[in-house]
Design a binder for this molecule. Sequence first.
Ligand code: SDX
Length: 428
Amino acid sequence: MPADTLTLTDNRTGKTYEIPIADGTIRAIDLRQIKTSADDFGMMTYDPGFLNTASCKSRITFIDGDKGILEYRGYPIAQLAEQSNFLEVCYLTLRGELPNPAQLAEWTAGIRKETSVDESSKNVLAGFQRDAHPMGMFISSLAALGTLYPESKRVSDPAVRLASIYRLMAKAPILAACGYRHSKGLPYVAPNPDLSYAGNFLTMMFASADGKYDLNPALERAMDILFILHADHEQNCSTSTMRVVGSAQTDPYTSAAAAASALYGPLHGGANEAVLSMLRVIGSKDRIPEYVQKVKAGEVKLMGFGHRVYKNYDPRARIIKRAADEVFAVTGKNPLLEMAIELERIALEDEYFVKRKLYPNVDFYSGIIYEAMGFPTPMFTVLFALGRMIGWLAQWDELVQDSDQKISRPRQVFLGPARRDFAPMDQR
Ligand code: SDX
């Protein structure tokens, strides 16, 4: 078996280098020995957008983009969505194994104990205008939450990390629901830790002023499945942000606020909101061909389509499409669904999308369900963040324990200008 090395010849100098290969990669730092002179800084890689750069080693989520495979700790996403529940999947994502009854009870109790928010958190939200975007409120309240727990900066202490994880898992949905109630001028609904994670969230969101809410099991189950589907997705933009900020030993509340900021972007988690706006701009099925022409002309993007990793159907989109039926059986069909299905059909038959391997991603159908469940469009990315919170935390927990990791500080290719002397005003 040939050696696990790469032999590189620098044709500028004729020198040859043996670079070790491990896990199918080479360490970029091993390229620094490639120099043209003694004072040469040495070779680097240039990878804008990190299309071909592994930033870490992880055991949490596996994606095969060509085959459309997604597994959390080795378990296929379809099996978890069909047979598990969100809190159990959260334990699996964080700890690496499905919990036994005692472990699940301890995990659930740890979250339940923190299922409340401080008055100061409510006051932060009260400071926002009624029409403030829910993501702006959510991001700010996460960072504000961190100010209540200064000890959370002791990130190397496993017990301190677990306390932060319990608090963020418990309080994020409360902050999200309080943000929504504030925007509607409604009184907050006290969390009910006796309900399921999804059931408590839906109740805090939609209960009447006196706290009454007829929790529909089908909607509760759909919310639970949607949280599972969004739980983790390896080194996506927001999780990478959690890792970059966490690499500076920033506390997890502030790191999660940074991650949520990345998720807010329309190219990432903000796409679910953008899909609904796009469908409304299209307006009707017969205007889909006209819109697709604009996409192919590069004037607009087909939101909810395409993915950096999936070059096949996003397995989550398939599961969401199935969950839609259960939701619509309760809420009535969202008329936008027919348009989305027709848009997908047309796109998947069009050479422009086929050639670029553009398929529906997790955001294409999720917003249609969220809307049918009564969530306002601007809330959709907050819902994504509530599912993804455990992924951010599990990846951060893995980072903190990884002796290979250091503070993230990429290099650059400097294009100039070269050194020059200051020019006084009369010489400019
Ligand atoms: C999420 O990374 C993750 O795992 C993310 C996520 C997660 O769970 O964390 O899965 C969640 O963010 C899903 C993606 C949601 N975003 C959208 O739906 C926005 C629309 N999608 C695109 O912006 C795009 O597909 C991205 C951002 C998702 C991926 O972009 P890439 O990998 O940088 O690809 P690219 O922009 O270089 O596109 C390659 C080609 C280009 O055409 P050419 O220049 O080769 O002619 O495909 C085209 C692009 O113009 N293209 C699209 C398109 N997506 C890519 N053309 C039209 N519509 C699109 N949506």
